[in-house]
Ligand binder design. Structure first.
Ligand code: SAM
Length: 249
């Protein structure tokens, strides 16, 4: 029997999901950062700052960070700013169009020497075991067809004592806000996608994929199953997003 996966609200053959996801990000790459600001009213910046605080890159010692599904480099460049000269970030993403935007951003910020770009699948990372002090993935994991494989890979490439931090959308848990959020998500976001990125479908996928992603306790259990210790999570903005973390000990 053919294995299946969720692509938003559609069930598709597991082997077909990645290509569909790649089409989404190829289509929106050039407008991706602008759309994040518009859709979240700038809130994604505060969520990403919370991730940077959780990573807490040291300023006085060398620090190697891997940002998985790092896209246009938004997380990696923030980590560099917090960590300073001793930090090196590797941005890994499967999509060349997203990475191209990231390369341009790094160049404009004069950060090229501190960033390595790798076009690669989170399910099969091209890095040696135990090579990073921390690994992050922001709004990326729900797009990966085999989440368990990506978590196992993040665990494998972390040094002992390394931290994994994942930022992902979750489920709003505030009465009334949940209805408003649903209305906004299913009506306003695709319309905004059409207007700004010329692509309503990709943003419909975004909204639907959020609804399908495991709830925080279930995702925390997946982190434990991948081998992470001291797994914890913190919901932000009434549950719109959740920051998960775990350690390789
Ligand atoms: N982390 C960035 C951020 O927070 O702005 C980008 C997040 S974007 C919503 C999701 C990213 O996941 C896209 O750049 C996409 O290409 C990437 N992606 C999807 N599937 C992937 C996979 N299997 N391996 C690596 N990256 C993947």
């Amino acid at each position: 029997m053919t294995e299946t996966a969720q692509f938003g609200s559609k069930k598709v053959p597991l082997a077909a999901k990645q290509a569909l996801v790649n089409d989404v990000f190829q289509s929106v790459a050039r407008r991706y950062d602008l759309m994040n600001d518009l859709m979240s009213f700038g809130l994604h910046r505060a969520w990403k700052d919370a991730l940077v605080t959780a990573v807490n890159p040291p300023r006085a010692t060398p620090f190697a960070l891997l940002d998985i599904a790092g896209g246009t480099g938004d997380i990696a460049l923030r980590i560099l700013e917090a960590g300073g000269d001793q930090t090196h970030v590797t941005i890994c993403d499967i999509n060349p169009e997203m990475l191209a935007v990231g390369r341009e951003r790094a160049r404009l910020q004069g950060a090229e020497a501190m960033v390595t770009f790798a076009e690669a699948n989170a399910e099969a990372l091209p890095f040696a075991d135990r090579s990073f002090d921390a690994a992050t993935i922001a709004f990326g994991i729900r797009n990966v067809p085999r989440i368990e494989r990506a978590l196992a890979e993040a665990f494998r490439v972390l040094k002992i004592g390394g931290k994994f931090v994942c930022l992902e959308f979750s489920a709003v848990d505030v009465p009334a806000l949940d209805r408003l959020y649903d209305f906004y998500s299913f009506n306003v976001i695709p319309a905004l996608g059409r207007l700004v990125a010329g692509d309503a479908e990709s943003y419909r996928y975004l909204v639907e994929s959020i609804r399908r992603f495991p709830k925080p306790p279930a995702f925390a259990a997946m982190l434990r199953a991948a081998g992470f210790a001291r797994v914890s999570y913190q919901t932000l903005s009434g549950g719109i997003v959740t920051l998960h973390s775990g350690w390789r000990l």
